[in-house]
Design a protein around this ligand. Structure first.
Ligand code: TYM
Length: 337
């Protein structure tokens, strides 16, 4: 594909914890496949992460580690733009402008806002409410055509489109209105102990519910072997079998098979055999990632250079869009100080 025809992909992940297997299957794994056909921009969304209290030294470390993990799974910093959100000041600036084009009512309807407000009753800060506006700013700054995310981000993409269209209706075609890019298999990996709720990296109540990409490999296998199933015996994908369906989803995703192929692999197998096979497939997928992560994160100078270059490349694109927006809303057309 020639450069002119290449579409732009944008996605980001919060450094709010070590990524889970859900983050890997719903997002990271797909990013690696997209980098050959698209111009990709991937960010570490550390500004989003502070909507929930973070310990500063920990946040700094988790931010670097997440970047090293992006590299370890195979995202090439030469082919893509890989950067830390807070390094590019245009995000905060566009965020303010777009806040003024977003209604409080539409933000209050966001499921994630309602969930997080219930979970962090002691800290319902306005960042938690305006979080989707920052996310819209991220995406719109880079004129993304497609945004590969898991199912839980669908509503945030819809509001991004609404904000972009509202702004364009007022000022002309300033923003590209992006499309979501949600995988067919693995867009919503569920908890292993509670397969009716999504697996989340920021969950702390039950460690066995979540597989973290940097968990010891033996721990990963044990977590899968302990996963909740049901009293039936058949390995079959079905709404009334959430535990087994989730494991089938995981297996299909890490072996790059369809659900039907995954079911066929376990026709007549008992749950024990099935779980062992899922555990092995996951461990074999994660093993090389962990080895690469150890190698790359030890190379501080390399990680620093990727961070520096990523910020430069991202800022160049973001500032161009910001400058256009500032002109449209009536701010003096001068570069910021
Ligand atoms: P975050 O950090 O919660 O999750 C990162 C990505 O992982 C996906 N994901 C899952 N996919 C499948 N199963 C799961 N259990 C699961 N849990 C998480 C998410 O859908 C996401 O794709 N607001 C975003 C970060 C963000 C962003 C953006 C994304 C900030 N700006 C701009 C896209 C574009 C978030 O909190 O993702």
């Amino acid at each position: 594909m020639s450069n002119e025809q290449r579409k732009v992909i944008y996605s980001a992940m919060q450094p709010s914890g070590v990524p889970s297997l859900g983050n890997y299957i719903g997002a990271l794994k797909n990013w690696v496949n997209l980098q050959n056909d698209y111009d990709c921009v991937f960010a570490i969304a550390n500004m989003h992460a502070i909507t929930v209290r973070q310990e500063p030294a920990q946040l700094r470390k988790k931010t670097r580690d997440l970047l090293a993990l992006f590299l370890a799974i195979g995202i090439d910093p030469e082919k893509n733009i890989l950067y830390i959100q807070s390094d590019v000041t245009a995000h905060a600036q566009l965020n303010w402008i777009l806040n003024c084009y977003t209604y409080v009512g539409e933000l209050q309807r966001m499921t994630q806002f309602k969930d997080k407000s219930a979970k962090h009753e002691e800290n319902i800060n306005s960042g938690l409410l305006t979080y989707p506006v920052l996310m819209a700013s991220d995406i719109l700054l880079y004129k993304a055509d497609l945004v590969p995310v898991g199912e839980d981000q669908r509503q945030h993409l819809e509001i991004t489109r609404d904000i972009a269209e509202r702004f364009n209706n007022l000022y002309g075609e300033v923003f590209k209105v992006p499309e979501g890019f949600i995988p067919k298999v693995g867009a919503r990996i569920m908890g292993l102990q509670n397969p009716t709720r999504k697996m989340s990296k920021s969950e702390s109540d039950n460690e066995n519910n979540v597989i973290y990409l940097l968990d010891d490999l033996k721990v990963i296998a044990n977590k899968i072997k302990r996963a909740v199933t049901d009293s039936d015996t058949e390995v079959r994908y079905s709404e009334d079998k959430p535990g087994i369906s989730n494991l089938l989803n995981i297996y299909a995703s890490v072996t790059d098979k369809t659900i039907e192929e995954a079911e066929a692999d376990f026709k007549g197998a008992n749950y024990g055999t099935f779980k062992s096979a899922v555990a092995e497939a996951v461990v074999e997928r994660i093993r090389p990632i962990q080895e690469e992560f150890a190698r790359i994160s030890a190379d501080k100078a390399y990680v620093d250079s990727v961070i520096e270059q990523g910020a430069q490349k991202a800022a160049r694109i973001a500032n161009k869009t910001l400058s256009k927006v500032k002109k449209k809303v009536g701010f003096p057309d001068r570069p910021g100080l």
